[in-house]
Design a binder for this molecule. Structure first.
Ligand SMILES: Cc1ncc(C[n+]2csc(CCOP(=O)(O)OP(=O)(O)O)c2C)c(N)n1
Ligand SMILES: [Mg+2]
Length: 327
């Protein structure tokens, strides 16, 4: 793979990671007053799939949509404004973290209802086909999407009507803290898709290069044959299901898993590869990081300043300091 492509993948993953790390830090002061579902650890899926896509392809997502919005090129300032409930936010401050939308880049929204956006993505794909385009629809879902009837109805309809849709089954193996094996009698989603006439493939969802290189020909194929396709990206969420904390420990996810998956996290893996393959790789990575961090800082400071101005104007008291037991 070209170094430029690897660096683009790295930069996109680092943007997602940095934005979410900053959300974690800012969350403590209670100015972001909503549930946030972070994708830390899962960045390679959004980066790999969406770098392979075209700007004209249309994307729909879930409650865990930050990475998909950013991977699709959604406006960062409008996303952070949305998290600060400002009317300049991408959903005018009414949607919040789970409802990110940027029509300019064909990010057609996300749904907090598990499985809720999958049929919409099929409808979107059908509309693109009927309009005579060769664009496709991209439907991100978690493995919890596979607990829902809407997923199976969508597979069926997409195959029956030959819809150009790519289902991205982002399998982090948990729905909140319930493992897939406790929710689904049959685990192999590729087999399930095939039983509906939808071909698919499973990839290492923590390897951005593999995700990208798998999606590129698969998307070409969807465009040419006007058939649906499913990619399962196996990955792992390093933060809590919701909020900036963690959900490891007795009765929750086992800590041994965290150790195992931390060593396979996607940014470190791609950075090692770039450094191994290029003598100036470390310098290229540092430059990319500095550029992204400066952008993230500017955006957050702008949103915070305007958030404070609005609060001062309407006379809202400063938020109470957080209760440490609930952070
Ligand atoms: C229909 C429906 N059922 C239950 C919920 C509560 N809920 C919100 S997120 C979530 C977990 C979904 O897991 P998954 O689809 O695997 O996505 P992940 O959180 O792992 O990214 C659940 C059960 C919901 N929002 N909608
Ligand atoms: Mg999941």
């Amino acid at each position: 793979m070209e170094i430029d492509t690897m660096l683009t993948l790295y930069r996109r993953m680092f943007l997602i990671r940095s934005v979410e790390e900053r959300i974690k830090a800012e969350y403590q002061n209670r100015n972001i007053r909503m549930a946030v579902h972070l994708s830390i650890g899962q960045e390679a899926v959004a980066a790999g799939v969406l770098l392979a896509a075209r700007p004209t392809d249309c994307c729909l997502s879930t409650h865990r949509c930050h990475a998909h919005y950013l991977g699709k090129g959604g406006n960062l300032q409008e996303m952070i404004d949305e998290l600060y409930s400002l009317e300049t936010g991408c959903s005018r401050g009414y949607g919040g973290s789970m409802h990110l939308f940027d029509k300019k880049v064909n990010m057609w929204g996300s749904s907090s209802i598990v499985g809720g956006s999958i049929p919409i993505a099929v409808g979107m794909g059908l509309a693109l086909k009927q309009a005579g385009t060769d664009s496709l629809s991209i439907s991100f879902m978690g493995d919890g999407g596979g607990d829902e009837g809407a997923f199976y109805e969508s597979l069926n309809l997409a195959a029956l009507l030959a819809v150009p849709v790519m289902f991205v089954f982002e399998n982090n193996r948990y729905s909140t803290i319930t493992p897939q094996a406790k929710r689904q009698a049959a685990l192999d989603v590729i087999l399930k898709a095939r039983s509906f006439g939808v071909e698919g493939v499973s990839v290492d969802g923590n390897d951005a290069v593999q995700v990208y290189e798998t999606c590129l020909p698969a998307m070409d194929n969807i465009r040419q044959r006007q058939r649906p396709f499913l990619i399962e990206a196996v990955t792992y969420r390093l933060c809590a299901h919701v909020g900036p904390g963690s959900d490891f420990g007795p009765g929750r996810r086992p800590e041994t898993e965290l150790e195992e998956w931390r060593s396979r996290e996607p940014l470190g893996r791609l950075a090692s590869r770039i450094i191994h393959e290029r003598p100036n790789g470390a310098a290229l990575i540092s430059a990319a990081q500095a550029h992204v961090l400066a952008e993230v800082d500017t955006v957050f400071e702008s949103a915070k300043r305007r958030f404070d101005e609005v609060n001062a104007r309407v006379g809202l008291a400063a938020p109470k300091p957080p209760d440490p037991s609930r952070v």
